[in-house]
Design a protein around this ligand. Structure first.
Ligand SMILES: [Zn+2]
Length: 247
C-alpha cells in the first residue's frame, strides 16, 4: 500500500473546511513511517477533459491557486490508479476532494472529480473496462453518480452499512477495478454519527479482499471529506490497515 501525497496539499487554497489548515498534516503524521509515500505529477488538461467540459475547466482556472492545487489532486488520483493497475494498491492523500464535481458543475468543496478522472484514464487506455466505485463519505457523491449515469460499465455505490457493502460487492464480481471515494465524515465524531472507529478496518478489508479475489488486486482510494482533525488521521490509518489485511 503506497500513499500518494505532495506538500502542495498543505496550501490553504480556500476558506472551506476541506482546505482547512492542518487537515492533511494530521493524516501525514499518522501514516508517516508506516507507509511508503510517493509524489504525483499534476494532471494534464487532457486528463481533465476525460470528465469535464472545456468551459468548466476555464472557470476553475480563473482561480490560479485553487487550479494549481486541484491539478495535483487529480494527478494524485491518476497516480494511485496507475499503481493499482500494476497490482499495487494505493491511497491518494489529496485535496480538494472531488465527488460532488459533475462534468460541468461543482459544490461541496469539490472542483475536479479526481476519482472519475483516474477511472476514465485507465478506461480510455483499455487497461480496465468495468469499474465499481465505492463511496464511504457521509454525503452522496452526486457528481460521480451524474458523470456515470449513462455508463453501465461503471457502477457507483454509496455506503449504507457493512451489510449493504457486502451485498454490493456480491453482485459486482465481474469488475476489473474497485475505486474508493474515501470520505471520513460518516464517523461518529466527524459530523456523521454513523460509523465508529472500529468500522473503517472491516470496510477496507471487504474492499481489498474483493479486489484481490475478483479484480487481480486492482484497487485504490482517494480522500474525499473528513474534517475532525482529532480523529481523521486514525480513521484513515484504520482504513489502510483494512486494505492491507484483506488478503
Ligand atoms: Zn462529505
Amino acid at each position: 500500500m503506497k500513499v500518494v501525497y505532495h506538500d502542495i496539499f498543505q496550501v490553504v487554497y480556500d476558506y472551506d473546511p476541506a482546505a482547512a489548515r492542518g487537515r492533511l498534516e494530521c493524516i501525514v503524521e499518522e501514516l508517516c513511517g508506516a507507509y511508503e509515500f510517493v509524489e504525483p505529477e499534476p494532471a494534464q488538461e487532457n486528463d481533465l477533459l476525460l470528465v469535464h467540459q472545456p468551459g468548466y475547466i476555464e472557470y476553475v482556472k480563473s482561480n490560479d491557486l485553487l487550479y494549481q492545487v486541484a491539478l495535483f489532486a487529480a494527478g494524485g488520483a491518476l497516480k494511485a490508479a496507475e499503481l493499482a493497475n500494476r497490482g499495487e494498491p494505493a491511497f491518494a492523500l489529496v485535496r480538494p476532494p472531488g465527488h460532488h464535481a459533475g462534468r460541468n458543475s461543482c459544490w461541496g468543496f469539490c472542483w475536479f472529480n479526481n476519482i472519475a478522472i483516474a477511472v476514465e484514464k485507465l478506461r480510455s487506455k483499455g487497461a480496465v473496462n468495468k469499474v465499481l466505485i465505492v463511496d464511504i463519505d457521509l454525503h452522496f457523491g452526486d457528481g460521480t453518480d451524474s458523470i456515470y449515469e449513462d455508463t453501465p460499465e461503471v457502477s457507483y455505490y454509496h455506503l449504507y452499512g457493512l451489510d449493504g457493502l457486502r451485498d454490493c460487492l456480491s453482485v459486482n464480481t465481474d469488475c476489473d477495478l474497485v475505486a474508493v471515494s474515501a470520505g471520513f465524515d460518516m464517523h461518529m465524531k466527524d459530523g456523521g454519527f454513523i460509523l465508529s472507529p472500529k468500522d473503517y478496518k472491516p470496510i477496507g478489508n471487504l474492499v481489498a479482499s474483493h479486489a484481490r479475489r475478483y479484480c487481480g488486486g486492482k484497487f485504490f482510494a482517494v480522500l474525499e471529506g473528513g474534517y475532525n482533525q482529532q480523529v481523521l488521521g486514525k480513521n484513515v490509518k484504520a482504513l489502510l490497515e483494512g486494505f492491507d489485511a484483506g488478503r
